[in-house]
Design a protein around this ligand. Structure first.
Ligand SMILES: Nc1ncnc2c1ncn2[C@@H]1O[C@H](COP(=O)(O)OP(=O)(O)OP(=O)(O)O)[C@@H](O)[C@H]1O
Length: 321
């Protein structure tokens, strides 16, 4: 059984209303959101643009106050110095001092955490090595690519050897190679025993990386749990079949069975939505002496869940939490 201390982050019914414009119109950015992040896991905080991810993370970091509800880190209230001491944070749009080299930049943040002299130099060198930036240690940050900056930003978040690392959109704006590098880095953090929470709207990255995810839309939690469990919920096990040289009778029989059919010369592609349809279609193909080219089960993905939830499911879905 899990103990309370397994919860590194606990967010309880957190709510944030912003007042905007001259008339102080109320905008609910986060709506009664509750979730927890457990020790040692990689937790993905997912949602489309404007869903409320950054607002939630800012409340967790103690940078803004919730309208109601609460958040804690290692049992300390969000923003408490005791929580911050064990925490590393990469904001969504970090500010980098252009004319500092990556060593100087990391040394600056090390000083803020009270590191000096040989211990600081050792820590900076270790982090540059970890993020693969040793070769650029004496290069000014203005000469860095976006991917290099992101890696130095993550190094900055690790300067105090935190137990929890919170990264706001760490893969955003990176090319596929840059994204893979950041993914590998997150894997390495997990391997070294750290808990990682990161926000993203790139579902593929979350699927590859996360032990658990939470998905929010319009500030509300719509799904939370292990990726494998969430993608199974309510998804039909569709199968796509491609067949060659099917007789006109066979074609008519498949038309009745299939949920979708596309003809291309002698070739036909059908989508079947359950096992019974698959079995009956295979019998039709055999009886017609047609040639089955491929049979591909449609693998459910987080994207399917995302689209389904976006289409209107507003009630919270809770998988194993
Ligand atoms: N300081 C603010 N004042 C007024 N409204 C705000 C403020 N910050 C955020 N919002 C609004 O709150 C909502 C959630 O924004 P937030 O930045 O948290 O979303 P997000 O999920 O991080 O999106 P993105 O992926 O685009 O960064 C949006 O409607 C946004 O316009």
């Amino acid at each position: 059984m899990r103990s309370v201390t397994d919860h590194v982050v606990k967010i309880q019914a957190i709510h944030k209303v912003f007042r905007v414009g001259f008339w102080g119109r109320r905008v609910t950015a986060v709506d009664q959101l509750s979730l927890d992040v457990r020790r040692g896991e990689v937790f993905g905080f997912l949602g489309p643009n404007g869903a409320g991810k950054t607002t939630t993370i800012k409340m967790l970091m103690g940078l803004i106050y919730p309208t109601s509800g609460s958040a804690s880190i290692f049992g300390h209230p969000a923003g408490d110095p005791a929580a911050k001491a064990k925490l590393g944070f990469l904001p969504e749009s970090p500010y980098f001092y252009d004319y500092l080299t990556s060593r100087e930049f990391l040394s600056f943040y090390g000083h803020l955490f009270g590191l000096w002299g040989a211990a600081l130099n050792k820590r900076v060198d270790e982090l540059l090595e970890l993020v693969g930036m040793t070769h650029a240690r004496d290069l000014q940050l203005r000469k860095f690519s976006k991917g290099m900056l992101q890696r130095v930003g993550i190094a900055q978040a690790l300067i105090n050897d935190p137990e929890l690392v919170v990264l706001d959109e760490p893969m955003s704006g990176l090319d596929p190679i840059g994204r893979k590098e950041v993914r590998d880095l997150i894997f390495r953090l997990k391997e070294s025993g750290k808990t990682v929470m990161f926000s993203s709207h790139i579902l593929h990255d979350a699927e590859l990386l996360c032990d658990r995810v939470a998905m929010i839309m319009k500030g509300r939690l719509v799904a939370c749990g292990q990726v494998s469990e969430l993608v199974q919920q309510g998804t039909t096990q569709e199968v796509e079949m491609v067949i060659d040289r099917l007789s006109p009778e066979g074609l008519e029989q498949l038309r009745v069975l299939a949920t979708k059919m596309v003809l291309n010369g002698e070739r036909v592609m059908v989508v079947l939505s359950n096992q019974r349809q698959v079995d009956e279609s295979l019998e039709v193909i055999r009886a017609a002496h047609a040639k089955l080219i491929s049979l591909t089960p449609h693998k459910a993905s987080l994207e399917d869940l995302f689209i389904r939830e976006a289409k209107g499911a507003q009630s919270p879905v809770e998988a194993r939490v």
